[in-house]
Design a protein around this ligand. Structure first.
Ligand code: NAD
Length: 494
């Protein structure tokens, strides 16, 4: 899919509660298309009353439908049907995703939509595969664990990959028998509504999947506070994750899963067999989605022997990128989500330069963009670990370069004092690759590649302030279940 007319896409500014669209709320927000700054109309903000209605509907559906009690394979059948509908709906879903997010239409059609469908299928398959066990107690008792859903799970979603992230949260929750209330980002609210409509078409009982729109302080906070929410699963920034954890602690001691920010290193040793190939991997890891990826490889840790040659190649690759709207088939660089976000990125670059860093390429916005926010991919050299661009998550197309001489130094530089989401190691030496993979404190380490594959079985999640708990993998499914222990006295009566 290459073309769309953004002005002809019908956007519904509504919530989705109890199987239908619901309007109204405390206020409206002005959501804008990042590609050209055009308004998408007023998004309603769900207040306490609307959030309460959504959570109560979810709770009633959980209690009164047979979703949690039916045979798990029957739940799986609905999720698989839903996945088929999502895939078949690409002509609607991909433009809905592309219009208000930073996802290019082409990628949304070829990757985000199929990946969303496949996520639903992956978790459908767990529905009858993971459960309790009989435990090795003394033989006068039978001890077992049984697994049970939480009831209603609240899911709070960021703007950078709206469909895919939503599927990673709701698919395991629903497969495990829960109901869900999702709060999309206020910047990318539309594709989630379509996902909810398709769920009903697939046969998901009404009320099991609800969507409440709004900002974090009003709607997100109300969701975390609600007494009927059994667990909150969140993807977003570290600061918001901490606020959500506090709210959940203070309002019912609810468990949370937190997928947070990162400042991930890409370590390149001089022995890589193909410098160009490695440079392409490194470039993509920081320019994909204009660097607005949680595990963007934003810190290049480079062996001094190839330092200059590598940076030259990287700069040439950066300079080839062409900015354009998500629906521009010739564009190879997507917009930044908003102008304030671009100003934030530029501020960090400028302050780091003031601290002594040097700009190799980039360091400013593209001129004459089509009304959106487009920032040049940027390389900063002569940086030190304490400088702002090395320390803070930028969430934009900015990479810093630090040089090392030996493996010990590489490992020390790769370590970040706060974040530990992901890392990349590029080397021809397998022993060194494994030592680095063991040594780096991060939830994922890629060797001679960077970024996810379609292996949903591999969990994703952070160490340190990048969060805890996992999306994907068996771990994400099990995190949607509580474990109950049952102990039965089987001694013979007198
Ligand atoms: P954000 O934290 O600003 O917002 C995320 C969501 O939380 C939004 O829906 C927002 O409305 C909501 N929110 C904000 N304040 C809230 C509050 N007090 N209570 C409840 N909800 C609240 O993040 P963002 O700008 O949307 O996304 C970018 C961030 O997400 C980056 O830090 C990025 O690294 C992170 N991220 C992490 C992963 C991962 O898997 N670790 C994946 C994608 C994005």
């Amino acid at each position: 899919m290459e073309n769309m007319d953004p002005d002809r896409i019908v956007l519904r500014n509504a919530h989705f509660i109890g199987g239908r669209h619901v309007e109204g709320g405390a206020a409206t927000l002005d959501t804008r298309r990042p590609s050209d700054g055009v308004s998408c109309g007023g998004l309603p903000v769900a207040d306490d009353d609307i959030v309460d209605q959504a959570v109560q509907d979810a709770w009633n559906a959980f209690k009164t439908s047979d979703w949690a009690s039916r045979a798990p394979r029957e739940r799986a059948r609905v999720l698989r049907r839903w996945a088929d509908l999502v895939e078949a709906d690409v002509a609607t879903l991909a433009p809905l995703e592309a219009v208000c997010s930073t996802r290019p239409l082409r990628d949304a059609a070829a990757w985000d939509v199929p990946f969303t469908a496949e996520g639903l299928r992956f978790f459908a398959e767990w529905a009858d595969k993971a459960g309790g066990a009989v435990m090795p107690t003394a033989t006068d008792h039978l001890g077992m664990t049984i697994t049970e859903p939480y009831g209603v799970i609240g899911a709070i979603i960021p703007w950078n990959f709206p469909l895919v992230t939503t599927s990673w949260k709701i698919a395991p929750a629903l497969a495990a028998g829960n109901a869900v209330v999702v709060k999309p980002s206020e910047m990318t609210p539309y594709s989630t509504l379509r996902l909810a409509e398709l769920a009903i078409e697939a046969g998901l009982p009404k009320g099991l999947f609800n969507v409440v729109q709004g900002d974090g302080r009003t709607t997100g906070a109300a969701l975390c506070r609600h007494p009927r929410i059994g667990k909150v699963t969140f993807t977003g920034s570290t600061a918001t994750g901490a606020a959500i954890m506090t709210a959940c602690a203070e309002n019912g001691t609810k468990p949370v899963t937190l997928e947070l920010g990162g400042k991930s290193p890409q370590v390149v040793f001089a022995d890589v067999p193909d410098l160009d190939k490695t440079a392409r991997t490194v470039a993509r890891a920081i320019t994909l989605n204009a660097g607005q990826v949680c595990n963007a490889g934003s810190r290049l840790i480079l062996q001094r022997a190839v330092g200059e040659r590598f940076v030259e190649r990287l700069a040439a690759m950066f300079e080839e990128l062409k900015p354009g709207a998500t629906w521009d088939p010739d564009a190879t660089m997507t917009p930044i989500i908003s102008l304030p976000q671009m100003e934030r990125i530029h501020g960090i670059v400028q302050r780091t330069v003031a601290q002594g860093a040097e700009i190799v390429t980039g360091g400013r916005a593209f001129e004459g963009g089509p009304g959106g926010a487009y920032y040049r991919p940027t390389i900063l050299t002569r940086v030190q670990g304490e400088m702002e661009a090395v320390r803070r998550e930028i969430f934009g197309p900015v990479i810093t370069v630090q040089l090392f001489d030996d493996e010990e130094e590489a490992l020390a530089l790769a370590d970040h004092p706060e974040y530990g989401l992901a890392a990349g190691v590029h080397t021809a030496d397998i022993g060194r690759a494994l030592r680095m993979a063991r040594g780096i404190e991060a939830g994922t380490v890629w060797v001679n590649r960077y970024g996810r594959t379609s292996d949903f079985v591999i969990p994703t999640g952070g160490y340190k302030r990048s969060g805890f708990g996992k999306d994907l993998g068996r771990q994400a499914y099990e995190a949607c279940l509580r474990v109950k222990s049952v102990l039965i006295d089987i001694t013979k009566g007198e």
